[in-house]
Design a protein around this ligand. Structure first.
Ligand SMILES: C[S@@+](CC[C@H](N)C(=O)[O-])C[C@H]1O[C@@H](n2cnc3c(N)ncnc32)[C@H](O)[C@@H]1O
Length: 337
């Protein structure tokens, strides 16, 4: 009770929503338009690779949408921001008591907690002090950050391919910022998609509108008939599960999709967003896919097409768009092999 009151007192004012800013505009289907709510101060404070807008959506999902019919899977939490968003959101959820009766720990959080070569740059930019070197653990920092909600969290440290086995509960919110390899994406499909509740569960794909990791888009779109796309915020896409996902569909995904089918799914993904900058990122992601499927010449050819289709984005001075193009050019030229 004390913790609930504390979270209630710390609601932060809403940040204005950038309506037309590339990669920042927020769009939800009308039925989900309330998902961009406020956020608790504790959740704001945890350093995160996500934007404040994305964190507000996670907090609002747990506060206003979560019913406790299933658990929340929170996968790839880094320093714990998503976990604190979900935990603080649950504390303020009008159904908190019922949720507490149903689940001793409604949030299952996954993190390997080993510093990778990209993280020291993040620590520096965000003034996160006292962190060790690549290869070492950051578990203690993560545990300290999520301490205010620890009573709600089953924290699983280690590789999700091992720690994520054996979850049989229904899953109501599936937050995914851990799909860094195709094996993990397939693991999540096999182990968690069948537990989604039709009409209730929401999958939050944090790396969706991102120029890398093309398998995230093709795997998600492979299951398009079981989902409705409900909105976009920064790199994140949200999908409502509308139909139970059968074992047979998962088995089909696991039998390597034909190249043409992967291309088609990447094109479906490209059409999801209202934002031309996001569609451009998805087109660059498709260049990566074509490189994997058919090699450099085909990828270069498709990149030429993308340049013609997205002249404003190619000319943009936004660092995010410039860096994405540069990385693709290097890939197509073979410099990254
Ligand atoms: C992009 S970061 C997540 C950022 C985080 N959502 C935030 O708000 O800052 C991806 C995280 O996934 C974790 N990760 C990558 N592969 C993993 C695996 N196989 N098992 C568990 N965690 C993993 C990384 O350690 C990293 O912290």
């Amino acid at each position: 009770m004390v913790k609930r009151d504390a979270a209630q007192q710390t609601l932060a004012a809403k940040e204005p929503v950038p309506d037309a800013e590339p990669m920042r505009m927020v769009r939800f289907n009308p039925a989900f338009s309330r998902l961009l709510g406020t956020i608790s101060k504790t959740a704001i404070k945890v350093p995160s690779m996500m934007s404040l807008l994305e964190k507000r959506v996670l907090f609002t999902l747990a506060r206003e949408r979560y019913t406790g019919e299933g658990v929340i899977i929170d996968a790839g939490i880094f320093l714990g921001a998503s976990t604190v968003c979900f935990g603080d959101g649950i504390r303020l959820n009008p159904l908190a008591k019922k949720i507490g009766k149903r689940w001793e720990k409604p949030i299952i959080s996954f993190e390997r907690a080993i510093i990778n070569p990209g993280m020291p740059g993040f620590f520096k930019r965000n003034s996160v002090e006292g962190m060790a070197e690549p290869g070492e653990s950051f578990a203690s920092a993560l545990e300290a950050n999520i301490e205010p909600v620890a009573d709600l969290v089953d924290l699983r440290l280690g590789d999700i391919l091992e720690t994520g086995q054996g979850i049989s509960s229904p899953i109501e919110i599936l937050f995914l910022d851990v799909l860094k390899m195709p094996e993990i994406s397939r693991f999540v499909a096999r182990n968690y998609f069948p537990q989604l509740i039709p009409g209730v569960s929401i999958v939050v794909q944090q790396d969706y509108f991102y120029e890398r990791l093309p398998f995230i888009k093709t795997d998600q779109e492979f299951f398009a008939e079981y989902f409705t796309f409900i909105g976009e915020v920064c790199s994140t896409a949200l999908f409502l599960c509308t139909k139970a996902i059968p074992e047979s569909a998962i088995a089909k995904l696991e039998q390597a999709l034909p190249a043409r089918e992967q291309e088609r799914l990447a094109s479906v993904a490209m059409q999801r967003s209202c934002d031309p900058a996001r569609r451009y990122m998805m087109a660059l992601s498709k260049v990566r896919l074509i490189k994997q499927l058919y090699g450099s010449d085909s990828a270069e050819e498709y990149l030429q097409f993308v340049r013609k289709e997205f002249p404003d984005q190619v000319a943009s001075t936004l660092p995010r768009l410039q860096d994405a193009l540069l990385a693709i050019e290097r890939l197509c030229s073979g410099a990254d092999e």
